[in-house]
Design a protein around this ligand. Structure first.
Ligand code: XMP
Length: 506
């Protein structure tokens, strides 16, 4: 049983970020809905209350009884969390005339307080609330103020409970990590959650859970499924069979390259070439969701057929990661993304699910991958959608269009790598538009296809900005594509952010 910090989620957009920060400090933590504090408190070293989109005074605000926690474990309330602590002890929280939003600086700091150790007056903090605490209960002692917010931070006399009305988890709070680290020290955390310790305990757990059972796993070439495969391989070796399906919509040479990479890693991989099946089923289909469904179902059919040839499979391995798990538990009711390409499989095949990464954030998956000895180029790969180029060829799909897009994409991605830009963007790719336009090449009039280039920066794909790639770079890519890819005479750059656009065009 890991030592852990529990983060009670009152619905703030930054709750996950609190979790990531605590993990970065090498402390294991779990995010649970605000009203689901675990019955079994073994191993819990402290509790953080998150922010919230609500005001404590709203009729439908998230409220919970903290009597099982307060005074028994160290508690840190952040923003709404701090206001809720004050409110539920008969303090007063009121909406302020001017929303307190953005940068502020601590004007006074009680550096004797263990939470603020090493933090000086002047330190920048990030405020983001419409309410403020206007009357503190008598046992609440102010330990830091800004010019506008008197109770920027407080401590409750006689119990190990603190509140901060700013957000230590966001980057703009300069000493935020220090403050969170101070809190972990107050909690007496050993802070020994590292990729190496995760691997050791997970491999042991997997050995116990799976025994001599056989597992299959769908590889996509992406980071999550690859790291899942390597971890499972370390635990059960040849009892793991990986299946990698070529649906004909992968990047240029990707099937061969990925198989080669996996071979290095000692994985037992079946590569299945199913291109023809997919091209046939997709012929003439233009509607995006229909294309997705055909590709998703085709994938399941191929996988199912191959898996049935293997005997006695009991488990399906999946690369589910923590943000998916949190989303599915979410108090605000967001449903898990329908992107999971193998979603229908476990029920259809009557398999149990094994998901060794379900407690990790994406950056932790990468760190675990590196610790497992995987090559950085595998770990740093951009996300690539399950339906692949199928949702980047707008309109119907033909092998010829796939060829054009693969060639254009290959030029773009290779140049991104050459120019040292690949790791600076979250994701990049080319889109083949269903428009033709006029051009001239030499003395000839052309009437050919347009390719759009997409590159975005993001931290989680939920929101994304278009990446400001240098003009000289874009000019080079455009030139190369138009000169070398037969069938393309025009290249454009997509300058839309998400929202309101999405990363993919379909
Ligand atoms: P959007 O286009 O929704 O994409 O902004 C967000 C992220 O999800 C990926 N994506 C998919 N991944 N199957 C997948 O496995 C899909 O159908 C799919 N659609 C979008 C997209 O590449 C981006 O990383």
């Amino acid at each position: 049983m890991h030592e852990k910090i529990i983060i009670l989620d009152f619905g703030s957009q930054t709750t996950q970020l609190i979790g990531r920060r605590v993990r970065e400090l090498n402390m294991y933590c779990e995010i649970v809905p605000y009203n689901k504090f675990p019955e079994n408190t073994t191993g819990i070293k402290g509790v953080i209350l998150s922010g919230s989109p609500y005001s404590v005074n709203d009729a439908n605000a998230f409220k919970t009884d903290l009597s099982k926690i307060r005074g028994k474990l160290p508690v840190l309330g952040i923003c709404y969390g701090a206001q809720f602590l004050a409110y539920s002890s008969n303090g007063k929280v009121e909406s302020t005339d001017s929303r307190e939003y953005g940068r502020a600086n601590l004007a006074t700091v009680n550096s004797e307080d263990p939470l603020l150790k090493g933090i000086e007056p002047g330190s920048q903090v990030w405020m983001s609330h419409g309410d403020t605490i206007t009357e503190l209960p008598s046992t609440f002692k102010i330990i830091a103020s800004t010019n506008d917010v008197e109770a920027a931070a407080y401590q409750i006399e006689g119990e190990p409970t603190w509140g901060v009305q700013f957000h230590p988890e966001v980057f703009h709070t300069t000493d935020g990590i220090k403050l969170l680290d101070n809190f972990l020290n107050i909690c007496g955390c050993a802070k020994d959650w590292t990729p190496a310790s995760f691997i050791e305990s997970t491999v042991n757990d997997l050995k116990e859970q799976l025994g001599d059972d056989k597992v299959i796993l769908a590889l996509s070439g992406g980071v999550d499924s690859s790291v899942t495969a390597v971890l499972l391989n370390k635990a059960i070796g040849k009892n793991l069979t990986c299946i990698f399906v070529d649906h004909g919509l992968l990047r240029k040479n990707e099937f061969e390259n990925v198989l080669k990479d996996y071979e290095h890693l000692g994985l037992n991989v079946l590569g299945i070439n199913a291109k023809e099946k997919f091209y046939k089923e997709l012929a003439g289909v233009t509607e995006p969701e229909k294309k997705r469904k055909i590709i998703g179902k085709g994938f399941i059919d191929v996988f199912d057929e191959e898996a049935r040839k293997l005997k006695d499979i009991k488990w399906l391995g999946q690369g589910t990661i923590y943000p998916d798990v949190i989303e599915s538990l979410s108090i605000t009711g967001t449903v898990i993304k329908s992107h999971h390409n193998v979603g229908g499989l476990p029920a259809k095949m009557n398999l149990k699910l094994v998901e060794p990464l379900r407690l990790l954030f994406k950056d932790e998956v990468r760190r675990v991958g590196i610790e497992l000895g995987m090559q950085p180029h595998l770990i740093k790969r951009h996300p690539f959608p399950g339906p692949g180029l199928g949702i980047r060829i707008l309109g119907d799909i033909t092998p010829e269009k796939v060829r054009i897009l693969q060639d254009a994409d290959d030029i773009y991605i290779s140049l991104l790598r050459e120019w040292g830009l690949y790791d600076k963007v979250w994701q990049a790719g080319t889109i083949l538009l269903p428009v033709r336009s006029v051009g001239v090449m030499g003395d000839e009039r052309t009437y050919e296809n347009t390719v759009a280039l997409r590159a975005v920066t993001s931290t989680d794909a939920m929101t994304a900005d278009w990446a400001p790639l240098p003009y000289e770079f874009l000019a080079k890519v455009s030139n190369e594509i138009i000169n070398k890819v037969r069938g393309v005479n025009r290249v454009v750059y997509d300058i839309s952010s998400k929202p309101p656009a999405t990363i993919e065009w379909e």
